[in-house]
Design a protein around this ligand. Sequence first.
Ligand code: ATP
Length: 323
Amino acid sequence: MDTKVKKIGVLTSGGDAPGMNAAIRAVTRAAHFKGMEVAGVRRGYAGLIAGDIVDLSVRDVSNILQEGGTALFSARSKEFCTEEGMQKAIANCKKFGIEGLVVIGGDGSYRGAGDLSTRGVPCIGLPGTIDNDISSTDYTIGFDTCINCVVDMVDRIRDTMRSHERCSVVEVMGRNAGYIALHAGIATGACFVMVPEVKSTVVDVIKKIEEGRAIGKTNFIVLVAEGVGHAEELSKYIQDTTGVVTRATILGHVQRGGSPTARDRVLASQFGSYAVELLAAGKSNRVVGIRNDQLVDYDIQEALAMTKEFPLDLYRMCDIISI
Ligand code: ATP
């Protein structure tokens, strides 16, 4: 054994994302490699409060690498945000011998991990969300799988739009961020991408469609981030204004599921293994991320105070080449 830490816990919290299982597997196996035991906390912080905790051996995490969702279940817990709830969670960490915790989730989960860390339970946060809206990392676990799913769906929609020379407005997830819409927009050749980070109007969309039509474009994909919304209204407006038959599709939860891509599996495995290194080295109150292809870790409060620049250059490029 090359660490004083005897046992760590792992949990998934907030919205699930493909690749979380790869992270759970990596945490479990990297910890056992270092001689630590692993406790799987089910249903996020709610499970920590309820004592819904199971031992994880290296074999217990077999065959989850390729599965979407999270084998540990995920939940949101209001009780955990109260001091009483937090103390129950801490008491269970003591009871189950958990000396460090890997929390896979978004900003809310990071806040919880920060609170636990300051109360004596060392925590390491891993970015797990399809939205890619976590400032302390270039990429989050689940984003790549999500955009590949959107690309697949939009390609299918385009087949029928081409046959009927129609327009399709497709609303994608992302909450207040436009990363899914932007990346999927580039990869599907959407003629217009509406994101919360860039001000644009229906007039801009119509202009782009009319410009395309003038040079022979016959079918159109408009991607709208959910933070902009109103896909149905936009669709009707496009049809009424241009005369092009237009359909709205809200992709919904299909974007959150599915087998993780190789990229998400690799990223999640790296993050999970790195988190174990940090806990084994006695670190606490850190989050893991990737910056310019390098694994990095930051103080949780510092990470939460960071902002993420929306890649306007990519957005402009998308607009230029989608004519
Ligand atoms: P997602 O990206 O899916 O929203 P998230 O981790 O941001 O993921 P939240 O619902 O915001 O999801 O947070 C998950 C859980 O973390 C909450 O249910 C709550 O238990 C805990 N949490 C959130 N905010 C705080 C906070 N300020 N202090 C302590 N715990 C928190």
